[in-house]
Design a protein around this ligand. Structure first.
Ligand code: PMP
Length: 358
């Protein structure tokens, strides 16, 4: 081995199943974008086997249902999901031998549908105008008609529980003996926030938890309560909801799983962010740091940057990056990223004589 060559040692174990590789994602320092007086780390959830934070939830829901007997061997699983939960569930269900049916509004990106189908799931589309509520009602209808197991990511206790048991513990372990002043996240179901809040509020009372939501869909910020039925399911779209470009964040209702975090005052500050700003930061993170995340990750970093600017000298922040940017190839995140050569590339090609395209 040449001196100075980087070496790796393997993980020191063999894995019995892909599901055992879920979690233990790295916290990585942002080096080129941060102001000098603060340090930002990102928790890179794209290191999960199906490349998003929702692999944790998928595994948590399936294993909790196996333990309780709510899910029997070979029983079909059904869920309404904008994508990452479906992709995570498809991975877990394939590994564990459960058929999976996903309902999804037609407005979400094509690659998400294709990924779930590639992983063996059936994807049933619902009309764009019926929003999150429509896809959820369809999943319920299918579950009731067929006796399927409804995963219920927005209501199930298994959601925040798995983040308490994995994500939060990882943060505690990785920052042991280290300063951590702010934790920044958005919400889809609120599972990440609630699970982490349960642990960090107790263990690190001085840490500030910052929540974000889309600037044009400030459900929490509006202060208006969500109407729900006895099963804690939303009975109508929240009045503050508008369609927004941060896929995976803020459905058209305040989820029950998130409500625990709001009621427990886990949120110290709520900072809205515009989707376009989030996309800008996702591009910067890719081009200046080599860290490749989606729109929600870019939006979380945008908020972390805003907090860092005003934070005291020496502050340390941690921002969640929920998924990979590869999930957004057909979306506005990739606007301006062309398949053909631009002028600068053509000039480079012409700058030497050989091997030129016509
Ligand atoms: N970002 C993306 C891309 C997601 O898919 C999700 C989950 N829907 C989130 C953020 C939010 O995570 P949580 O559901 O734990 O609030």
């Amino acid at each position: 081995m040449k001196e100075g060559t980087r070496t790796t040692n393997g993980r020191g174990r063999l894995y019995d199943s892909v599901v055992d590789t879920v979690g233990d994602t790295p916290c990585v320092r942002v080096n080129n974008l941060t102001p000098d007086h603060a340090t930002i780390y990102v928790k890179a959830e794209f290191f999960n086997p199906a490349a998003s934070v929702k692999d944790r939830l998928a595994l948590g829901i399936i294993e909790a249902a196996e333990r309780s007997g709510a899910l029997e061997p070979g029983q079909t699983v059904v869920e309404a999901t904008s994508g990452n939960t479906g992709i995570g569930l498809a991975m877990v269900c394939a590994a564990r031998g459960y058929p999976l049916v996903v309902t999804m509004a037609e407005s979400f990106s094509i690659e998400r549908r294709k990924l779930m189908r590639f992983l063996g799931a059936k994807v049933v589309l619902t009309p764009r105008e019926l929003k999150g509520y429509g896809m959820y009602q369809k999943a319920k209808e299918l579950a009731e008609a067929n006796g399927w197991f409804l995963a219920q990511q927005f209501e199930t206790e298994a959601n925040a529980d798995i983040h308490e048991a994995t994500t939060a513990r990882e943060i505690m372990a990785d920052f042991e003996g280290q300063r951590l002043d702010y934790f920044v996240t958005g919400y889809g179901t609120g599972g990440t926030l609630t699970g982490i809040g349960r642990v960090l509020r107790e263990a690190r009372p001085e840490l500030k938890i910052i929540l974000s939501e889309p600037a044009n869909a400030q459900l929490v910020g509006s202060g208006e309560a969500q109407q729900r039925n006895a099963a804690h399911e939303p009975i109508e779209s929240h009045p503050a909801f508008e369609p927004h470009p941060i896929q995976g964040w803020t459905p058209d209702f305040i989820p029950w799983v998130l409500q625990e975090a709001l009621d427990s005052s886990f949120v110290d500050e709520l900072i809205p962010v515009a989707g376009e700003v989030g996309m800008e930061w996702a591009r910067k993170l890719a081009q200046r740091e080599g860290i490749f995340t989606g729109v929600s990750g870019g939006s979380t970093l945008a908020v972390a940057m805003q907090v860092a600017e005003k934070a005291p000298q020496g502050s340390v922040l941690l921002a969640m990056l929920p998924d990979t940017g590869e999930r957004y190839l057909s979306t506005p995140l990739f606007d301006g990223i062309e398949a053909d050569m631009d002028e600068a590339e053509i000039e480079l090609m012409r700058s030497t004589p050989g091997f030129q395209m016509d």
